[in-house]
Ligand binder design. Structure first.
Ligand code: GAP
Length: 513
């Protein structure tokens, strides 16, 4: 199965098992907007909890916030989003399709990398055991030529982005002979900037002064509340403010399911530090965030850092944490050193002093900021991609979501073997025993085998079956999701068993915080 086929299956699985639905589907959906179903909302809430607890509960110097989506329009002037939150767009005149110019070039570069890897793999097969990969990469004329061309384009691309040179960006597309995937032609328009913020009107008159924006990042709600939190919480630097909430971007190239959406959720933490210490903290947060991802056990090699070629207008250092999705390594989270740009700018635009008096140095200053910013929906997709497994069994196949138990939407399914002889009543007693602390389902429909498969498909760690013996000795059959092993367990041990396996504690301990 190719990675593309795997991804298609994953998308279909998300819909079939109540994880993710297209928004307003009965009206044929709304581009790049999605709804979370009964299992999706549970998984999403569990991911939020993992993030929130590891930030707010496990760090004494990080507190939470829940700011409004609507903010004073001046916020976006101060933050630079009104003038600089743009994507460079290009249209193909024949297909009339619109693309992000930077994404066209990035895709072209990724193709060159694939070409190089294919050459290397071909040579590995040709030379067999004698193959010296390093030497081949250093001497093969074909590989060297592709690398040289790719690196030249990469250098031009980075410069064009940093200089905001839209003409050069177009020229790169022409020089790389990039064609529109729909029309197959190179008949391109000029490259134009397009602002990504959604606007709406507040109040009863359609007056331009009332134009407000749906926030494109949650971070600004934290910046404008810096003094409120610092003063009321008597917070001392360094300290952080964490927030989970919706953000909105009018993305032009919305693709790969919930990877790039127009309405999405972010989990952001702004960490305020003394000027001059920001690079140290940036490195610390890079490591902490990478450890957070790897603790989930989806394979350390599936994550990598990717430093930004083009820094955002507010940053002096930035890296992405990328995960190996079925469509390649892609960003899940950003760790940015945002300098004093935001607080300094809000100070200027609001005319209010936004400074911190440092009792250790006796000075007042605008703090520097290191932010960690992760898309909740993207994290959801990452977890689903990593967990989705098709397993060949002796007689058939099964689809199983190998989710860490604490993230699983349902912790245990309670199944009466038959719908009679007091088994449903006994099963209901077990549901009642567990339901106050865990999300439990009761299922009496179809054969036990089919019920197991349904639970595998949503990642339920335990299936608890009530049978004839249960009525005699108060034991049940517990079937484990990953190994499919079954064991006999006393009912009064069930709570402890589910609690032990599904607790977040084991995960938190891996973070060493
Ligand atoms: N406050 C900084 C900030 O917003 P960003 O790199 O633009 O930085 C941070 O976004 C994270 O938000 C990304 O790493 C990604 O996970 C998520 N994100 C951004 N745009 C998104 C979109 N259109 N759909 C889904 N997630 C998105």
């Amino acid at each position: 199965m190719t990675q593309e086929e795997l991804f298609k299956k994953l998308v279909a699985h998300c819909k079939e098992y109540g994880f993710v639905f297209p928004s307003s589907e009965i009206y044929d959906g709304l581009g790049a907007v999605y709804d979370y179903g009964q299992n999706g909302v549970e998984l999403k809430n569990n991911i939020k909890r993992y993030w929130w607890d590891s930030m707010v509960k496990l760090h004494e110097n990080i507190v939470g916030l829940d700011a409004a989506i609507f903010m004073h329009p001046k916020t976006w002037e101060a933050s630079g989003h009104l003038s600089a939150f743009n994507d460079p767009l290009i249209d193909n005149k024949d297909s009339k399709k619109r693309y992000r110019a930077d994404v066209l070039v990035e895709d072209w570069m990724a193709k060159q990398d694939e070409k190089i890897e294919k050459e290397v793999e071909k040579a590995r097969k040709r030379f067999g055991e004698k193959f010296d990969e390093a030497q081949y990469r250093a001497t093969s004329p074909r590989v060297l030529e592709t690398v040289k061309h790719r690196d030249e384009i990469h250098a031009r691309f980075t410069k064009a982005l940093n200089d905001n040179d839209l003409g050069e960006l177009r020229q790169i597309i022409i020089d790389c002979e990039i064609v529109c995937p729909i029309s197959g032609t190179r008949n391109w328009t000029e490259v134009r900037q397009f602002n990504l913020m959604f606007s709406t009107q507040m109040g009863s008159t359609a007056d331009a002064a009332n134009t407000i924006y749906l926030r494109p990042e949650t971070a600004q709600g934290i910046f404008v509340n810096f003094l409120n939190v610092q003063k009321t919480g008597r917070m001392k630097l360094p300290f952080g403010i964490a927030q989970i909430g919706k953000a909105f971007r009018n993305e032009i190239v919305a693709r790969q399911f919930i990877f790039r959406m127009r309405e999405f959720e972010q989990m952001e933490m702004q960490f305020f530090v003394r000027p001059g210490t920001e690079m140290e903290w940036w490195n610390t947060w890079k490591e902490r965030r990478m450890a957070w991802h790897r603790a989930l056990g989806f394979g350390d090699d599936n994550y990598q850092f990717h430093d930004h070629d083009k820094l955002a207008h507010y940053a002096n250092a930035a890296t992405d944490i990328e995960y190996k999705f079925p469509f390649g390594f892609k960003e899940v989270e950003g760790v940015h050193s945002r300098t004093d740009f935001d607080l300094g700018s809000h100070q200027k635009f609001s005319g209010k002093k936004i400074q911190y008096f440092d009792p250790e140095t006796g000075e007042s200053y605008v703090p520097y900021v290191v932010e960690t910013s992760i898309g909740l929906d993207r994290m959801f997709l990452q977890v689903m991609s990593a967990a989705y497994t098709e397993e060949q069994l002796e007689k058939d196949t099964r689809v199983v979501l190998r989710l860490p138990a604490c993230l699983a939407p349902v912790k245990a399914a309670v199944l009466p073997l038959v719908k009679k002889d007091g088994m449903p009543e006994k099963a209901q007693e077990i549901v009642d025993l567990l339901k106050y602390d865990f999300n439990i389902v009761y299922d009496e429909k179809d054969s036990v085998g089919k019920r197991y498969r349904r639970q595998d498909a949503i990642g339920t760690p335990f299936c608890i079956t009530v049978d004839g013996q249960t009525l005699e000795d108060n034991t049940v059959t517990v079937r484990h999701r990953d190994t499919m092993e079954q064991e006999r367990v006393a009912i009064d041990q069930l709570y402890h068993m589910v609690e032990e396996e599904c607790s977040y504690r084991k995960l938190y301990k891996k973070l060493h915080l």
